[in-house]
Design a protein around this ligand. Structure first.
Ligand code: GLY
Length: 372
């Protein structure tokens, strides 16, 4: 039985699906969102929300290009969202401090500081005394660090929920615990066999993260997206909070205004296993205590686990299928789904609403992995 239709159906209510749904709804499309579970699970549930292109992509290249363009959209993305939803309340551009651990990493960070400065990015290298003045909790032997003033962080789960709320206000509610079992197409459009019956649409956007390849689409090979598990700790920090995101050799730290400190993250090939492990927690506790020894005094409030969707080249797949009319990919954002959400939403909406192919789609073409 066909229960309803929409112009566009988004599959997946993580950060990417919610950002796309909101952008499409803002531009007047009739959209529905389906998720087999709920909003902000998958990779989003374990994201610390760090917005740091010059750390995630140390070298110039496609990833850095995409991430810096998306970061440039962030202030407006958040300001606009706050008019339509409660939140996110945690959005800060207080910078990042990436610490050196030895002479080689200090030399590399110094060179990066000089290169960024040459490109007009506000960044500086701090020697040992200055790095501890900037963040007194750092281990005394920290040799130095790279301060990038333009970086920041955002409450990732809060952001996804705010996007879903804002999309809902614009007539696009998320249909939770509604799995899509099969997608087929014919000359009249696309049919989705879902837990809520058969739904028809002219376009579907596949934004199911690690689960993208598990949705059977007739005649289309599953895309090469695989899960990489990330475990993230939450500590109750005692004493003066960190002033910004601190990125060490084996973990990164995000200070929240409620006094908790997020410690991320493992990167593990563990299939679809979403359990926290003793080894993951131990590794992160060791890493944080080396970086900021006072962490041993912190309270332990929990561990979150998410599956990041990785492609073979670690770049996202955004663009139209060349095999099925009306199928669009927006997946495979790996470590940078939160950072790349504004750009991804814009690219997909430009493509679907305005028929405009952003230049960035050249870098994210799904067909670089073969026909799909
Ligand atoms: N973007 C940080 C991480 O995926 O752990």
């Amino acid at each position: 039985m066909v229960n309803d239709s929409a112009d566009i159906i988004v599959i997946g209510a993580g950060i990417i699906g919610c950002a796309i749904a909101y952008e499409l709804a803002l531009r007047g499309a009739r959209v529905r969102v389906f998720d087999a579970r709920d909003i902000a699970l998958g990779a989003t549930q374990a994201s610390a929300g760090v917005l740091a292109p010059y750390i995630e992509a140390h070298e110039e290249g496609a990833l850095r290009d995409l991430c810096t363009r998306s970061l440039a959209l962030y202030d407006d993305f958040i300001a606009r969202l706050r008019q339509d939803a409660h939140g996110p309340t945690q959005y800060f551009r207080t910078g990042t401090l990436e610490t050196a651990s030895d002479d080689a990493s200090a030399a590399r960070l110094k060179a990066t500081a000089a290169a960024l400065d040459g490109m007009g990015v506000r960044a500086e290298y701090l020697e040992s005394a200055d790095v501890r003045r900037a963040e007194p909790a750092l281990a005394p032997e920290t040799p130095g660090g790279l301060l990038v003033h333009t970086h920041g962080f955002v409450g990732a789960r809060e952001l996804a929920h705010a996007l879903a709320e804002a999309a809902g206000r614009r007539g696009t509610p998320v249909e939770r615990t509604c799995a899509v079992h099969r997608v087929t197409s014919d000359k009249t459009g696309i049919s989705l066999d879902t837990d809520n019956g058969v739904v028809r649409a002219s376009t579907i956007v596949l934004a199911a993260g690690s689960w993208t390849g598990q949705i059977p689409i007739a005649g289309v090979k599953p895309p090469p997206v695989r899960p990489i598990r990330g475990q993230l700790l939450s500590l109750n920090w005692i004493g003066e909070p960190l002033k910004r995101v601190v990125w060490g050799p084996s973990c990164y730290l995000v200070p929240w205004t409620n006094g908790s400190l997020l410690v991320g993250a493992t990167a593990e090939e563990a299939g679809f296993d979403e359990r926290a492990t003793v080894a993951g927690v131990r590794d992160l506790l060791d890493a944080v205590s080396e970086l900021v020894p006072r962490a041993w005094q912190a309270g332990f409030s929990g561990v979150r686990v998410g599956l990041r969707p990785a492609t073979p080249d670690e770049l996202p797949m955004i663009g139209r299928s060349t095999v099925m009319d009306g199928l669009v990919y927006a997946t495979g954002h790996y470590r940078n789904g939160i950072l790349l959400a504004p750009l991804t939403a814009k690219l997909v909406a430009d493509l679907l609403i305005d028929g405009r192919e952003g230049a960035e789609l050249e870098l994210t073409k799904p067909q670089r992995f073969g026909a799909c």
